[in-house]
Design a protein around this ligand. Structure first.
Ligand code: PLP
Ligand code: COI
Length: 340
């Protein structure tokens, strides 16, 4: 039955859908996996995920294209990033080809929840994995639960395309030795207090600095940074402790090959931020959300692009990326995967 959802006014929240994909790892192997209807999980109180946070996740989206197909964006990169995260956490990687097939299956089974083309909403896909059997000594679990659920979502940041004000965080999210390149529950738990503080103070997000020197720009709690220089070069921070964003990798390609921009992935010092013309947050959930103002402990950095609309380069990057994702612009080979 078609769900009764007001697509245009959807926030970024969880709405249970009809099906989720589940596979369990036991005795050294993943089972064949299946679509199930139960949105709950029953586990031992001593499951490794509860005691030692052995968990990781991914995030990607499915869309209706202009010509009426359902597609998703670069799921192979989520599959490989999740395998890398799993390895770092001593979890058994879920086979990458099966990951992509499972994404297709679960989206197709929930096709009534894929928001219509042009509604501004999308279907967010959340694959995750947890250590599921009882472990009391500090060691990895023996059994694992892999699951993918989907939920229709609207914009991640309230206000949509309006530029936001963010703050330079007083907290570190990543450890100094750099584990931020994994997408794991514990990393995000470390950003919960900083985001509550930032919201209480009226900021939309935190700019985290490198935990070792606190002089270099890293990322935010849920997105990477992109900057544009006054002469139109895309600059994005290089760091071992940020998540290698698939959106950012895609934007670097789009900037160079579709828009003819110069692209630099390099260390970005906080002290050079006032020289940039535009700033945005990029990610699956954030897409590209413009930043107009950054507050560094009372020092206000206003981006020349202002607080009214996204800057011209950010706008071009946004239009081209979303155009590729939604079938208005020809994608590079393999980026857009047809589901239905
Ligand atoms: N950085 C963090 C901390 C994130 O949570 C996300 C979202 O997944 C990103 C960056 C953006 O990554 P991607 O573009 O692969 O969604
Ligand atoms: C994503 O963009 O997929 C993320 O994981 C960000 C999260 C804050 C929702």
């Amino acid at each position: 039955m078609k769900p009764d959802i007001d697509w245009a006014n959807l926030g970024f929240g969880y709405i249970p859908t009809d099906y989720r994909y589940v596979s369990n790892f036991k005795d050294g192997a993943w089972d064949e996996g299946a679509l199930v209807t139960d949105a709950t999980i029953t586990l031992s109180e001593c499951a490794c995920v509860f005691q030692y946070s052995q968990s990781c996740f991914e995030g990607l989206k499915a869309y209706y294209t202009k010509d009426g197909h359902i597609v998703c964006f670069r799921p192979d990169l989520n599959a490989s990033r999740m395998a890398e995260t799993a390895a770092r956490l001593e979890m058994p990687p879920f086979p990458e080809d099966r990951f992509v097939e499972a994404v297709k299956q679960v989206v197709a089974a929930n096709k009534d929840f894929v928001p219509p083309y042009g509604s501004g909403a999308t279907l967010y896909i959340r694959p995750f994995m947890i250590g599921s059997d009882a472990v009391i000594g500090v060691k990895p679990a023996n059994e694992y639960h892999f699951r993918i659920f989907v939920t229709p979502v609207g914009p991640y940041f309230k206000g949509g395309a309006k530029p936001m004000t963010i703050k330079v965080s007083d907290f570190d999210r990543a450890a100094p030795h750099g584990t931020g390149h994994i997408k794991a529950g514990l990393n995000y738990a470390m950003s919960l207090h900083p985001i509550v503080v930032a919201h209480q103070e009226g900021y939309a997000e935190n700019m985290y600095l490198d935990p070792q020197t606190r002089t270099k720009v890293e990322e935010t709690g849920g997105a990477n940074f992109i900057f544009v220089t006054k002469d139109g070069t895309l600059v994005t921070p290089k760091s071992p402790s940020i998540l290698p964003s698939i959106t950012r990798r895609s934007l670097m390609y789009v900037a160079e090959h579709y828009l003819g921009m110069k692209v630099e992935e390099r260390e970005v010092l906080l002290s050079e931020v006032p020289d940039f013309a535009e700033c945005g947050l990029c990610g699956t959930a954030a897409v590209i959300s413009p930043v107009g103002r950054i507050v560094d402990h009372g020092r206000v950095i206003d981006l020349p692009s202002g607080m009214e609309e996204m800057g011209p380069y950010t706008r071009k990057l946004y239009d081209t990326l979303t155009g590729i994702q939604m079938g208005r612009i020809d994608p590079p080979e393999g980026w857009v995967v047809k589901i239905a």
